[in-house]
Design a protein around this ligand. Structure first.
Ligand code: AMP
Ligand code: MN
Ligand code: MN
Ligand code: MN
Length: 281
């Protein structure tokens, strides 16, 4: 089997279900050779992930997925090769987590007041270390309010639905600044998933590059070859490299398996070699 890499994954320190050690073991079983744990707004799982990767003979990159807001939309910036002990980054993440707690508390309050929500408890999800709407969606499925996570989002959490609370996050420039302050490379996550016109997408990439962004994710589940080619051209135009990751959250989502071949569009520079100094040998 050809070796794979994965520079975008989650553990139970944010909205994944596996421990960092179990994630590393699952990645090794898929023949992943370089793994980055990139929990939402948390570096809490990195030490455990690093140890597990070392024990499995896998290379490891310290990562985080930082939540940001651009033109009213939630945008995710992955930081790779970060120093997890950097205090600027820690302060930035703790501000986001504070806002996450307030947002999820407000989502829960709205849902509890919503008509037609089945009887039962959603739980004190706002008290989690990094509360996310994924946790709420899982609780809604467990309650029988939706049959799938997708349906939970569409029926209860999306804009215009009973549990919708608009996002309020720091800017993209603040996210890249915090990542760079920690010695990391800022990567725009899943650029095809944002609901933007093609002009909007170009503007986002331009601002991201201007604010110190280093790369775009260009090999990930759900990105068609034609979209990848188009994004690859934009990446080259803005001097951005390419990254690859699964955005794995839990086993049992076969459409998002761990590991990518890191096949980038023609002419795109891979980010991975620039992470070499931060990787374990
Ligand atoms: P939050 O950051 O609290 O707004 O939660 C966003 C997270 O929810 C993302 O990181 C995804 O993992 C997850 N998510 C967003 N939309 C969906 C969806 N339609 N179906 C399943 N998961 C989703
Ligand atoms: Mn997530
Ligand atoms: Mn994301
Ligand atoms: Mn992610």
């Amino acid at each position: 089997m050809q070796p794979l890499i994965d520079l975008h994954t989650h553990s139970h320190h944010s909205d994944g279900t596996l421990s960092p050690a179990a994630l590393a073991a699952a990645a090794a079983a898929r023949n992943v050779r370089v793994l980055a744990l990139t929990d939402h707004d948390s570096v809490a799982g990195l030490a455990e992930c690093r140890e597990a990767c070392a024990a499995l003979g896998m290379e490891w990159v310290a990562g985080v997925e930082v939540t940001a807001l651009w033109r009213g939309q939630e945008i995710h910036v992955v930081g790779l090769g970060i120093d997890p002990s950097n205090t600027d980054l820690a302060a930035h993440l703790s501000e986001i987590v504070k806002r996450r707690r307030a947002r999820i508390a407000s989502v829960l309050e709205r849902l509890r007041r919503a008509p037609r929500l089945p009887e039962g408890e959603l739980g004190a999800l706002d008290a989690l270390a990094v509360p996310t709407r994924t946790h709420v969606a899982r609780a809604l499925v467990a309650l029988g309010a939706a049959e799938s996570m997708q349906e939970a989002f569409e029926r209860w959490l999306a804009r215009g639905r009973p549990g919708y609370v608009p996002p309020d996050w720091p800017t993209i420039a603040a996210a890249t600044a915090a990542i760079r302050s920690a010695g990391g490379h800022a990567v725009l996550a899943h650029p095809h998933r944002y609901k933007l016109s093609s002009g909007g997408r170009r503007a986002l990439l331009g601002e991201f590059a201007a604010s110190g962004g280093a790369a775009l994710e260009l090999d990930l589940p759900g990105l068609s070859p034609s979209d990848a080619a188009h994004l690859g051209e934009l990446a080259r135009a803005h001097g951005l490299a390419g990254s690859a990751g699964s955005d794995f959250h839990e086993p049992g989502q076969p459409w998002r398996p761990l590991g990518r071949f890191a096949k980038l569009p023609e002419g795109t520079e891979p980010l991975l070699p620039r992470l070499v100094n931060t990787r374990l040998e």
